[in-house]
Design a protein around this ligand. Sequence first.
Ligand code: FAD
Length: 490
Amino acid sequence: MPAIAPQNFDVLIVGAGPVGLFLANECARRGLRWRIVEARSTQSEHSKALAIFPRTLEIFDMAGVVSPFVERANRVEWATVISHKRTLARIHFTPEDTPYSFIAMVPQDVTETLLLEELRRKGSAVEYDTTFVSAVQNSASVTATLDHHGNRREVTAAYLVGCDGAHSAVRHLLNLPFEGAEYHASFMLADVETNETLPADEMQLCPHELGPLAIFPMSATRRRVVATVDGVRDEAPSLDFVRQLISERAPSDIEARALHWSSYFRIHHRQVAKLRVGRMFVAGDAAHIHSPFGGQGMNTGLQDVWNLVWKLDFAVRGRGGENLLDSYTAERRPVIRHVIDVTDFMTRAMGTPSKLAQAARNTIIPVVSRLAPFQQGFVRTLSELGVAYRGSPIVEGAGRRYFDSSLRGGKGICSRFLLLGEESILASAAVTQLCAAYPGLVEPRSAQCEGLLLVRPDGYVACEPGRNKAAAVEAIRSLLHRQSLEPLTS
Ligand SMILES: Cc1cc2nc3c(=O)[nH]c(=O)nc-3n(C[C@H](O)[C@H](O)[C@H](O)COP(=O)(O)OP(=O)(O)OC[C@H]3O[C@@H](n4cnc5c(N)ncnc54)[C@H](O)[C@@H]3O)c2cc1C
C-alpha cells in the first residue's frame, strides 16, 4: 500500500464506488493529476445496481470503456407489467437512434471490477483503507485530511469530488441538507436461481396491493427480485420468504430454486439543493437517492460525473470559470428531480393499497401502454436518452443529446468542443477564424447537419444556431465567451 504523500493534485476523488471509479477513469483519460481514496479494503462484492441504460452505454462508449460491459451483459428488450397473473402491458424496449437499443444487466460488483480493470490498464489504482476525514478550502485549493490505518495526512488538490455514497462525509462537511423523505415500506432484494420459464430478455413489473414486486433477469436462470415488505427483520430474506413473495405477487410459473444473495434495506428519496460549494462537489448517491424501481440510481450518478469532469478539466486548464462550474448544479438538479419524481410515481402506483386506484391503474395501463407516444415516452425516460439541458446557463437552445459514430471509442470526443458542419461551411473564413481563436478547444469536424452545431465534450448540443453563417458564428462566439473561456481577439 503506497504511503500517503502530501502532493498537489487537480482532482481528489473520495469513494471508489461505480461513480468514483468512472470519474477516476475519465480524469485519467484527460491527463489530469488525480487520486482516488476509498475507506474499504477492497471493492464491495454485492450485486446492488443491475441495469445499465442506453445513454450510460453511449457515455461508456465515448469514454472508451463500453466493450467489456456489452460482452458481460444480459440484454433486456422487453418490459412487461403483470398484475394478478394478467398481463397489463408489454413494451418493446428498443430505442431506435442508438447502437445500444437494450438494457444491459450487469451486477454492480462486475461493473466496479470492469471500471477498476480499465483504471489499472491506464496505469492507475485506488488507494484503499484511506478514509476522507475533513477538508478546508480557500480560493486556490482544497486541503483534505485522510486517515490511513490511523495515520493522518493532508492532501492538497484544486478540486475535490465526494462520490462517497448515501452517508457522504463530504456532503455532511459541506452542510448540504439532504432534502426528501423516507419511504414507509422497507425493500427486499434477492438474487435467485430460477427455472427458465421467464424469458431472459424480459423484465417484469408486478403491481400488487401487498406492495410492488419487480423481476430483473441477470441470465437465463438467475433473477433479481425486488419487492416492498412490511418491516425489516434482523436476518437477510430466506429462500422460503422469497418464494412466498413470488407466489403472492409474481407470474405463476416462476420457481426460485436457490438464493445467491439477499438483503433488506430502507429507501429514501432525497437530493441536495446544490452539488457544488466552492471547490468541492458531490455526485452519485452522495447527492441523490431514490427508489430502486426504475433502476436509475447508478446511471444517474455516472451521468453526474460525466457532466462534471469536462468542466473540471477546463477549469484546471484555466479555460472555465464560475459559470461553467456552477452549471453542474444548474444542469444536473432538474435531471435528478425528474428521476426522483418518476421512480417515486412508479413505486407508489405499483403498490397502491387503494382499491379504486388499483382498478383505475389496471384499466388505464392496458389502453395507454398500446399508444405509440406513451411507449416512446416510457423508453426515452427510462433509457435516459431523453436527458437534455434546455434552460442551462451555458446552453443555447434545447441542449439535446448528440451521438454519432465519430464520437465512439474513447478518442472521438474528450477535452474539446466539436464544431460540426458540412465541409464547405467549415472551410469558410469566419469558421476558420473562430476555431483559431480557441486553439485546442474547438475542433471543426465534418458532419451532415443543417448549418453549424456546437457539441460539448459530453455529447450534448451547446448551440444550434441555424443556417445563417455569420449569425451562427457570432452566437457560438458569444456562448463560448459566456463560459469564461479564453477571450477572443478578433
Ligand atoms: C441493497 C442495495 C440495492 C440496490 N439496488 C439497486 C438497483 O437495483 N438499481 C440501482 O440503480 N441502484 C441500486 N442500488 C443503489 C446503487 O447501489 C447506488 O446508486 C450506487 O452504488 C451509487 O454509487 P456511488 O458510487 O455513488 O456510491 P457507493 O456505491 O455507495 O460508493 C461510495 C463509496 O465511498 C466509500 N466511502 C464512503 N465514505 C468514505 C470516506 N469518508 N472516505 C473514503 N471512502 C468513503 C464507500 O466505502 C463506497 O465504496 C442499491 C443499493 C443498495 C444498498
